[in-house]
Ligand binder design. Structure first.
Ligand code: V1D
Ligand code: CA
Length: 433
């Protein structure tokens, strides 16, 4: 790359994190989570020339210290030490840390965790510094991981780590989750604070994983009404999804007034997903991204689930195009993985209806969606305006970051906020005060 091109990239609105090794990790035979989908996505991104319209970064591997910002020391030590050859030495820990078929021990697991988490943390730091308007890390978005437990293919919760980083600078962060599964790990981490609103759209019922995310789960203590759940039934289509998504996102933004948004874009909400039961098209999924971006707030875009990998890469490449403002052809570009996209070789394949092989019936009647929408809007009306936070000079920030922090000091509405001395090691304890 020429020096002037690199300079231009540094000033791009969008930054994009990709590590060329991330697609080589393997959860094991028969496991539906396939990191190779990240290599497929990247090939399409490059094939469409989108890499020339954003700043490309290789994520750093998150350090132990960074992972400890949320996770417990014994859990991190376990992840660091365990491997497929010594698993029997950790028999008790396997149960304690929920290492089951869903979340197995595989070769390089800890490195995988460090890479996908590093991208999300780096992205948060770029948003804090005002370096880019939007940051993208398709390897991130592992929303089920708990403080001391793996869950649902997720080990480290990179989203929680990224949000904690954003909270050093941003008074309020809105988290939106369009994976077909409930974003339970992120909700749990911020359940009792009013500085993070979590909004998850997901399939609920029939014992669908993880089984949480019903309407009455709304948060507790200071966080009451700051956890928002939109339980949906099988087969929701683009029109039904937009019908609840747009007004509910709008109401969250208007009531909560976030200064940054994190959007988890799990692609298992597409029709024809191997595990999901929704009927979204690539276009309908992308409309959610477009809508969230339209608020013009600093935005972090993450991956998540997605198990029909030829559609995951289509979806995330399309959404990358949308974020950089590029029109892309429906004919997929040439590249080493083109055969994955047979027989149509299109960016927008049929994902429901004739020709898709998908027969999931839409059980979300207009009455059902209206009922959910009304209940959520009622809860949001109970919020008494956006909580304010007093931000202080933070010793470890650069002068530039501190200047920006003070510029944004957010006490305008006179509501008693919490004092936030954002020292790095105790941030989580501080937000729970
Ligand atoms: F079908 C499988 C084959 C092998 C291993 C696991 C699965 C599988 C399918 N669905 N596992 C599930 C879900 N687990 C269960 C529990 C196991 N039973 C005892 C109950 O139903 C887990 C689904 C995880 C979904 C993860 C995610 O898409 O939300 C995600 N988001 O970011 C990263 C992953
Ligand atoms: Ca979700």
């Amino acid at each position: 790359m020429e020096g002037s091109d690199r300079d231009e990239q540094r000033h791009s609105k969008v930054s994009y994190f990709y590590h060329e090794g991330v697609g080589n990790f393997h959860y094991g035979p028969g496991h539906p989570m396939k990191p190779h989908r990240l290599a497929l996505t990247h090939e399409l991104v490059v094939g469409y020339g989108l890499d020339r319209r954003m700043a490309l970064y290789k994520p750093h591997a998150a350090s132990e210290e960074e992972l400890l910002m949320y996770h417990s020391p014994d859990y991190i030590e376990f992840l660091r030490r365990v491997n497929p050859d010594n698993t029997e030495q950790f028999e008790n820990d396997l149960t304690r840390f929920n290492i089951v078929t869903d979340s197995p021990i595989f070769d390089g697991l800890y490195d995988f965790c460090r890479l996908y988490s590093g991208g999300s943390i780096d992205g948060a730091r770029q948003l804090n510094a005002g370096q880019h308007e939007t940051v993208v890390n398709w390897a991130g978005g592992l929303h089920h991981a708990k403080k001391s437990e793996a869950s649902g293919f997720c080990y480290i919760n990179d989203i929680v780590l990224a949000i904690l980083e954003l909270l050093r600078y941003h008074p309020r962060v809105l988290y939106i989750d369009i994976d077909v599964h409930h974003g339970d790990g992120v909700q749990e981490a911020f359940y009792v604070t009013d500085r993070v609103m979590t909004l998850s759209f997901h399939k609920f019922g029939d014992h669908f994983f993880p089984g949480t995310g019903d309407l009455p789960e709304t948060g507790a203590r200071k966080g009451k009404y700051y956890a928002v759940n939109v339980p949906l039934q099988n087969g929701i289509d683009d029109a039904g999804y937009a019908y609840v998504f747009q007004p509910l996102v709008q109401a969250c933004v208007e009531n909560f007034k976030p200064s940054a948004i994190v959007l988890q874009c799990g692609a298992d909400s597409l029709g024809c997903d191997r595990l999901g039961t929704f009927n979204l098209s690539v276009h309908g999924h992308g409309e959610c991204v477009r809508y969230v971006r339209s608020f013009g707030l600093p935005l972090m875009v993450l991956g998540g689930g997605g198990y029909t990998i030829r559609n995951v890469s289509r979806c995330w490449a399309y959404e990358t195009a949308l974020l950089v403002g590029a029109a892309v052809s429906n004919d997929l570009p040439q590249g080493p993985y083109l055969e994955y996209y047979a027989p149509d070789y299109r960016l927008h394949p049929p994902t429901s209806g004739p020709g898709s092989g998908n027969r999931i019936e839409n059980l979300n009647t207009r009455e059902y969606l209206d009922g959910v929408k009304t209940q959520v809007l009622e809860n949001l009306r109970r919020l008494q305006g956006a909580p304010s936070v007093q931000m202080h000079i933070v010793p470890h920030l650069t002068d530039f970051e501190n200047e920006r922090l003070l510029e944004s000091d957010d006490d305008q509405d006179g509501i008693d906020g919490m004092d936030m001395p954002a020292r790095r090691p105790s941030l989580l304890a501080d937000i729970y005060k």
